[in-house]
Ligand binder design. Structure first.
Ligand SMILES: Cc1cc2nc3c(=O)[nH]c(=O)nc-3n(C[C@H](O)[C@H](O)[C@H](O)COP(=O)(O)O)c2cc1C
Length: 312
């Protein structure tokens, strides 16, 4: 299945600005949407459900009557997230167009979002999780491949998209080190419908992280990214200089027992996450500039692909 019908004609490039803890807020979401990219944020970026509702109202207000891409909210479906029920209630009340779930794929949640015409995309790092998500009735599966920022997988994007396509005929979204419009085009050519970009949006003017973090994203390369479960209990990619600055010795540090949202919140404040895509990033544009650039790079790459000498 291609891009959902409710998104048609509203995107300038087939891409989502992925939800990022401590990073994405209303400014990033609104600027992405106004420039033809689906903007998203994690509900937990606000400290309470009341704060989450304030952001929903602000985003809805700023996008009202505009020619804009839909926006989305990320919900962490895990027992250590005590806000899930209350946040979901607000998602339904506000008819959030896109809900991105992480960790648990739950049929009841999918039903609740479908009740008002919303869509659910779920992120996975392997085929087994994709099968479970498909069973839960999600509309889209996000293939989080090796090299993605945040909780990344360890599979090649080529292998993962292919295997997910074998078990799912909904929308497939590819994540992992996508930083340019040509890479968005490559994701489409290899079988994904949409691309999912996190790290690239970390280094934008509207991203809420501190200037030192953005500078580190600009200054580092793939060799500076470390994949470890020892920061929070779940395998994720982090910027090595931030691990060193926090005084963490990964060789001697004991791994945490498993995922716990409280651990995550603490850990991610001092150790900064980013994916292998950092090597392609050396500036800090506004989100609007970035989306426009992605769109023109995408068109150029697709034009080249159509005229490829081996494709004739
Ligand atoms: C700093 C940071 C924070 C993130 N926080 C979340 C989050 O709260 N929820 C979520 O579903 N994914 C989160 N992610 C993962 C992204 O949504 C996305 O899957 C990933 O960034 C895509 O790979 P890329 O960074 O290589 O573009 C985070 C990623 C980064 C870099």
């Amino acid at each position: 299945m291609p891009i959902p019908a409710s998104f048609e004609g509203r995107l300038k490039v087939p891409a989502i600005a992925a939800p990022m803890f401590l990073t994405s807020g209303p400014d990033l979401v609104v600027e992405a949407c106004l420039n033809g990219v689906i903007g998203t944020f994690p509900a937990l970026n606000q400290r309470s459900t009341e704060g989450f509702v304030e952001w929903l109202e602000e985003i809805e207000g700023r996008l009202a009557g505009q020619d804009a891409a839909p926006y989305g909210v990320n919900l962490i479906v895990h027992r250590s997230n005590p806000r899930l029920e209350a946040d979901l209630e607000q998602v339904v009340k506000h008819k959030v167009p896109l809900v991105i779930t992480s960790l648990g794929a739950v049929p009841e949640l999918v039903k609740a979002v479908h009740s008002y015409g919303g869509l659910v995309f779920h992120d996975v790092i392997n085929r087994r999780h994709a099968e479970k998500a498909a069973e839960a009735g999600v509309d889209g599966i996000i293939a989080v491949s090796a090299g993605a920022g945040g909780h990344a997988g360890n599979m090649s994007p080529f292998a993962l998209v292919q295997e997910i396509r074998q078990v799912f005929d909904g929308t497939v979204i590819l994540a992992g080190s996508i930083s340019t419009g040509a890479q968005v085009a490559a994701a489409r050519l290899m079988g994904a419908d949409l691309a999912y970009l996190g790290t690239r949006f970390l280094a934008t003017k509207e991203s809420m992280v501190q200037p030192e973090y953005k500078a580190m994203v600009r200054d580092t390369r793939v060799a500076d990214i470390v994949y470890t479960s020892k920061v929070s209990g779940v395998n994720a990619n982090f910027l090595r200089p931030s691990v060193d600055a926090a005084g963490l010795d990964l060789d001697s540090t004991e791994a945490h027992a498993g995922l716990d949202m409280e651990n995550e919140a603490k850990a991610w404040k001092s150790v900064w996450s980013a994916g292998h895509g950092v090597g392609a990033i050396d500036d800090e544009p506004s989100a609007a500039e970035l989306c426009q650039r992605l769109s023109s790079e995408y068109r150029e790459a697709m034009h080249k692909a159509c005229n490829d000498e081996f494709g004739q």
